[in-house]
Design a protein. Structure first.
Length: 106
């Protein structure tokens, strides 16, 4: 298991939302994300990156990313989703948030 990095900071970038996938294609989409997730987690400035199946909607994938800066995120995003991933996506609602304050809960 990879070692967890400490990522608590006041100023961070959060990318969060959902992606709607063609019926019956969610497992294939999530598997296609495996290499992207591994790459993102080792990228400079990435503190968390995950895609996960929604427990209620079988055509929805939830997205969460945590980055140190917009520059780190932009550097990683240059390539974007592959053509194969893009073909499985019906609709998406993913938003980038700039966090200026936070509180550690645990």
């Amino acid at each position: 298991m990879p070692q967890l990095r400490s990522w608590y900071r006041d100023q961070m970038i959060i990318v969060a939302g959902w992606i709607r996938i063609h019926a019956g294609s969610r497992a294939a989409f999530l598997e296609s994300c495996r290499a992207v997730i591994a790459s993102a987690r080792s990228a400079p400035g990435c503190h968390d990156f995950c895609t996960s199946p929604d427990l209620v909607d079988p055509e929805r994938v939830n997205v969460f990313e945590l980055w140190e800066s917009v520059e780190d995120l932009d550097r990683f995003r240059e390539s974007g989703p592959s053509d194969e991933q893009q073909a499985l996506i019906v609709r998406a609602h993913v938003v980038q948030y700039e966090v200026i304050s936070s509180a550690l809960l645990t």
